[in-house]
Design a binder for this molecule. Structure first.
Ligand SMILES: [Ca+2]
Ligand SMILES: [Ca+2]
Length: 535
């Protein structure tokens, strides 16, 4: 299975340690897992329900035409030139997925983003009155209008798009439409767009494009995606890569990377009209949070993040680097009805208040320098050690418990300004340390067992005649501080003349940061006495 992670993280120290382990002939300490973040895009579980396998465009179109609820269409590796849009109607809980899980190996194509002779293929996929549709592990490309149209006016709930590569759409890549003339109105709510790559090979055919454009939708989540070159022809301005508007509600936009997009994110765009959800003509967006996104552009364009006619917005911990291409502002809040919160963003252009909008603007750092980042020119806006003006300069926000990598905040004494929390998180505390075997009564030979935590490079074990706590950890007797972090068993012989012995451990990550203290393991074992206590 070839699964493309959003972003490999550069960890030179970790690599050096891995080489050391391998040189010493030790088991590699679980590095494959540690190179992905906690919230990274892992492969989907295998499909459940009915399965239909297809390997030609005709079979694929036929399978979609005859689709029944609770069915997954598994698409064999290959290229599929459509002669009809894949219209998903009147079914629930269905999926289109590659059989291999490799999104690059299954390519479903329209007739070209600039080919107005699109015939029966205006879009690649269209979702009508169908709830819980999953589209995953595929490449969709070359639609004249949309790669995916979600017909909000038919009320499809919870569409999910996972690990897709979306390339060259004539208008929107993922469009959520609405119909203001409906009575009663239906909407598309609860959509999730995640772990996908949206890009133009070079530029859009016109300025009318967005990567994700949802009108009047509630509770959408757009996370862990990459958006590249969502931009108009030279001299024009494309729509925001992510545009949630017409009184869309409670959108979450997080951990996305934007590179060379004319505009990155908009909650609300213009004065709401009859297409707005519930006919609301005051707000173009309400609620919602934009957090932990990285936005980088060196070419021409406009603002990075913009909110307009937007109530109760939160824009927290984003990094926006525009390289002087739009000196007015990196983050813009606009129009008198708009109000919200803008905290701890890291930018190289101002936070721009316009037309009477109000916000609590706190702790932002607006003079970021290129040298503060791992590789700004490649859009990698992870911090380096010299970014002292950003590192540990924020206060904890309950709304931002992790960072762009999914790592918990804070690492070190305080959270960092911007999308990246600098450094590696410490390993999780071990909670299942046990004495699994003990022989002898003085000295005592004890075998300890536990589950090794992710990201642990070394393990330190100590014992004591008293309960080991964080406070007395350093005075407990050292058993070892050189055990590999992948170890899950350790045997030691220690003096023993009765009473209770206590054992505990801490792990260290590649930067030497310690985990919290494990649980105490006891000898004689506590569980020996538990039945007596229970009596
Ligand atoms: Ca920190
Ligand atoms: Ca980080």
């Amino acid at each position: 299975m070839s699964f493309v992670a959003k972003r490999p993280r550069a960890r030179p120290l970790l690599s050096a340690l891995l080489s050391l382990w391998l040189t010493l002939g030790l088991a590699a300490p679980g590095l494959a897992a540690s190179s992905l973040s906690l919230n990274s895009c892992s492969p989907l579980p295998p499909p459940s329900g009915s399965l239909v396998n297809v390997s030609t465009a005709a079979q694929l179109q036929n399978a979609v035409d005859n689709l029944t609820s609770n069915t997954t269409i598994l698409i064999a590796d290959g290229t599929y030139d459509l002669t009809n849009t894949l219209n998903i109607r009147s079914v629930n809980n269905v999926a289109l997925r590659s059989a291999s899980g490799n999104r690059d190996a299954v390519v479903i194509r329209g007739k070209g983003m600039s080919n107005s002779s699109y015939g029966n293929v205006p879009h690649v996929v269209a979702i009508y009155d169908a709830n819980d549709v999953l589209i995953a592990d595929l490449t969709l490309r070359d639609a004249y209008f949309h790669l995916v149209q979600v017909h909000g006016e038919d009320g499809p709930q919870r569409p999910r798009f996972y690990n897709l590569h979306l390339v060259d759409s004539g208008e929107q890549f993922v469009k959520g439409s609405t119909d203001g003339s409906q009575n009663p109105r239906l909407y598309t709510d609860g959509g999730i767009v995640e772990c996908s790559l949206f890009e133009y090979t070079d530029r859009a055919r016109s300025d009318y494009t967005n990567a994700v454009d949802v009108l009047a939708g509630a509770d959408w989540i757009i996370r862990d995606n990459v958006f590249r070159r969502i931009r108009a022809p030279v001299g024009q301005l494309a729509g925001p890569a992510i545009l949630m508007w017409r009184n869309s509600l409670n959108t979450v936009v997080e951990r996305n990377q934007f590179v060379e997009c004319d505009r990155a994110i908009a909650l609300g765009l213009s004065a709401p009209d009859s297409n707005s959800r519930d006919g609301n003509t005051t707000y173009d967006h309400q609620g919602g949070i934009v957090r932990n996104n990285m936005i980088y552009r060196a070419g021409s364009g406009d603002v990075g993040i913009t909110v307009n006619y937007a109530a109760n917005f939160k824009i927290h911990h984003n990094t926006v680097i525009l390289n002087g291409t739009f000196s007015w502002g990196a983050i813009e809040y606009r129009f008198a009805v708009s109000s919200g919160d803008i905290r701890y963003n890291l930018t190289d252009a101002p936070i721009w208040q316009r037309d009477g909008a109000t916000a609590t603007v706190m702790g932002n750092v607006a003079n970021a320098q290129p040298g503060w980042f791992v590789n700004a020119a490649a859009g990698d806006l992870h911090l380096v050690a010299s970014a002292a003006a950003a590192i540990n300069q924020a206060a904890t926000l309950a709304d931002v418990p992790n960072d762009y990598d999914g790592d918990p905040r804070p690492i070190g004494p305080a959270p960092d300004v911007g999308a990246d929390e600098y450094g590696l998180p410490p390993p999780a505390a071990v909670t299942d340390l046990r004495v699994t075997q003990a022989t002898g009564s003085g000295p005592l030979t004890a075998t300890l067992g536990w589950t090794a935590p992710a990201n642990a490079i070394t393990t330190t074990l100590r014992y004591s005649n008293a309960l080991i706590t964080s406070a007395n950890w350093n005075s407990a007797t050292l058993l070892t501080d050189t055990l590999p972090g992948s170890a899950n068993i350790y045997t030691t012989t220690v003096p023993y003349s009765g009473g209770t012995l206590y054992f505990a451990l801490k792990s260290q990550n590649a930067e030497g940061a310690y985990s919290a203290l494990s649980n105490n393991a006891f000898w004689p074992r506590w569980d020996v006495y538990l039945p007596l206590v229970s009596k």
